[in-house]
Unconditional design. Structure first.
Length: 373
């Protein structure tokens, strides 16, 4: 999805892909297949690039620091990116530097520490692996003291025989989840996209509504300012997604950070004046940033997950005939039940109509709606 604006901007992309069949490798012309965890592979790849950026946060910071020491432009740099890789480091930095709103949390060194934390603040609690979690993985809801061994035995680090860092967090009985997208350039220019409400199921984002319904102008401004302050404090270059939970009294707390174009911002491809992908490239290249405002009063994105439809493109006949304004993006991924393989976007003046249109199209593409098949 970054390739389309790169073409328009005259930017040549080179991709380090984990395999020849990943979605981006099927589109981008200049592809190197290799392991991003291997220092020699990354360094050889980077030798032919002017600037390095990412579509995930998993490249080890030790490798990135080596690139920076060799004079390569890495954006976002490892000093910023480590806060998206390590939840403990993120909590410590944002609490110390910004007193940023967060659930009650504690670094728990062992199951006994996690039990003590739960006994102190009340059960249930949430346990998170400090590193490596994604789409609900590395997160545990613990009902009581007898569950406290699980995070220390089930985390990826435990499976690899490495030290396990676990954070205990208050279980937030939230009213809803939201995200705010910030883009920041090396020169310090930064802009905020409208705040989105996100609907999650089983740890996977299923839907976004932009702007978040029922959010006052003052609340939206406060959330945008929080995101801008975080981007400035961490010296982020490129996209920053701040994932939030809103308590039932209206206050928000930070859940996680991501430093890349983010699934909750895919609505911007068709729904904003400048997409998050174009603005990410502009920021990485230190170009003036584009207008992040929405084109229409409401924009709804619904993710398409792998279901019982084998021919997604074939099902577009029904979807486009029913809704000519529908926008669809497939990711070129192999179909697998529950895997995000694309999204649909609808926009317009009436939220209920826009949401229903988007949900119908996504449901049809996932095989949940049999109309027209």
């Amino acid at each position: 999805m970054m390739y389309a604006p790169a073409i328009s901007l005259g930017v040549n992309l080179r991709l380090l892909a984990e395999g020849p069949q990943v979605g981006a490798a099927r589109v981008i012309r200049d592809v190197v297949v290799g392991d991003y965890n291997d220092e020699a592979t990354v360094c050889e790849f980077a030798a032919g690039c002017d600037v390095i950026t990412f579509d995930h946060e998993h490249v080890p910071t030790r490798i990135l620091r080596g690139l920076v020491a060799d004079g390569k432009l890495v954006r976002p740099g490892p000093d910023a990116l480590q806060h998206a890789q390590d939840k403990l480091l993120m909590r410590q930095r944002l609490t110390r530097a910004l007193d940023a709103p967060a659930p009650t949390w504690r670094h728990c060194l062992d199951p006994a520490g996690l039990r003590a934390f739960g006994d102190e603040i009340g059960w249930p609690i949430i346990a998170k692996a400090s590193r490596g979690g994604y789409d609900g993985h590395g997160v545990w809801k613990l009902a009581g003291p007898t569950d406290c061994e699980r995070p220390f035995t089930e985390s990826k680090d435990a499976s690899a025989g490495e030290p396990v860092e676990i954070i205990g967090e208050e279980f937030v009985d939230f009213a809803r989840e939201m995200s705010v997208l910030i883009v920041r350039s090396p020169s310090g220019q930064a802009v905020s996209y409208p705040v989105s409400e996100t609907i999650q199921l089983d740890g996977v984002c299923r839907e976004t509504v932009t702007p978040a319904p029922g959010l006052s102008d003052a609340q939206a401004s406060e959330i945008a300012r929080l995101g801008l302050d975080i981007a400035d404090e961490l010296q982020v270059v490129g996209m920053l997604a701040v994932e939030l939970m809103q308590r039932r009294d209206g206050r928000v707390v930070i859940n996680e950070l991501a430093m890349r174009p983010h699934n909750t911002g895919h609505w911007t491809i068709d729904g904003a004046h400048t997409s998050q992908f174009e603005n990410h490239l502009r920021a990485v290249l230190d170009l003036p940033l584009g207008d992040p405002r929405a084109r229409d009063p409401w924009c709804v994105m619904v993710n398409v997950l792998g279901g019982d439809v084998d021919d997604l493109t074939g099902e577009l006949l029904h979807c486009f005939a029913r809704d000519p304004r529908l926008r669809v993006e497939f990711y070129g991924k192999q179909l697998r039940p529950g895997r995000k393989v694309g999204h649909v976007v609808c926009y317009g003046d009436d939220l209920d109509q826009v949401r229903n249109r988007a949900r119908h199209a996504a449901g049809h593409l996932m095989g949940q709606i049999k109309e027209g098949r």
